[in-house]
Design a protein around this ligand. Structure first.
Ligand code: F6R
Length: 255
């Protein structure tokens, strides 16, 4: 259905009975974009975490069935923990390899990720250059934090923010504690693309599931546009915006 935000932004809203169905619907949007004829690789920025997992499972399934190729695509990660090597089991680079990249025909030279071990200012500048060199991002695949973050743009992130080193909110560290052995193992910092990078993309796809995301989804799509809820900046997104959520995540949205 078409959903209008308070800023009069029309977006495609798909509400599904469960997370798996949301993943399939979202994968259809990604596959359709990849299928569009393009003279340069289609550039996709990938979120990690629980929300996009069913998208990646469906994309893999389509690839394995011979119905989808990543040969003419380029991949960026939205973010990476500072201090983790790309092959660390909790690094986002490792997550993407493990959930999608190693199963598909995406050329190794077109897998871009912020360097969590490099000096952060240099790593961020290098990443901005890589995004620029690729001609920008065609599709952002985004999750949302319970506190309204997108990528790791935590509450307070300005609309003009670009790739930078950020301090993770305590709520975010608590939410991601489940992936680590001890409290102190959860990184305190990350490199993330900024709100400006997200708003510059040609299309964006937000996926969310579960009751814990209902408040953030409603604030993002139907509340005021504010840095307190960074996902609310999506109301100012100029390209094609799709939101795919399950019933539980849609519970606080008036539709
Ligand atoms: C991860 C990222 C984050 C997550 C968000 C939701 O690359 O950018 O914004 O999308 O924290 O995480 P999950 O899906 O694990 O609830």
């Amino acid at each position: 259905m078409l959903f209008k935000t308070p800023t009069e932004k029309s977006l495609e809203l798909i509400v599904t009975p469960d997370h798996a169905t949301a993943g399939t619907a979202a994968a259809e949007i990604v596959a359709a974009l990849i299928a569009r004829a393009s003279t340069r690789p289609v550039t996709i920025a990938y979120a990690t975490g629980s929300s996009p997992r069913p998208i990646y499972a469906e994309l893999r399934r389509r690839h394995e069935a011979g119905a989808l190729s990543f040969k003419n695509t380029r991949a960026f990660l939205l973010d990476e923990y500072v201090g983790l090597a790309p092959d660390h089991p909790n690094a986002f680079a490792h997550f993407m390899e493990d959930n999608l990249f190693r199963f598909v025909d995406l050329p190794a030279a077109r897998r871009h990720m912020p360097d969590g071990l490099a000096e952060p200012d240099a790593a961020c500048a290098a990443y901005e250059n890589e995004i620029h060199g690729a001609g920008g991002i065609d599709l952002m695949i985004l999750g949302i934090g319970g506190n309204g973050h997108i990528a790791f743009n935590e509450p307070g992130a300005p609309k003009t923010s670009r790739t930078r080193r950020v301090t993770l909110a305590e709520e975010t560290r608590r939410a991601n504690r489940r992936f680590f052995e001890k409290d102190e193992d959860v990184p305190t910092h990350a490199i993330t693309i900024g709100i400006a990078n997200i708003l510059e993309a040609r299309a964006a796809l937000l996926i969310a599931n579960g009751a814990s995301k209902a408040g953030a989804v409603a604030q993002a799509l139907a509340g005021p546009v504010t840095a307190d809820v960074p996902a609310s900046f999506l109301q100012e997104f100029e390209g094609e915006l799709s939101v795919v959520i399950d019933d539980a995540a849609a519970a606080s949205l008036k539709i």
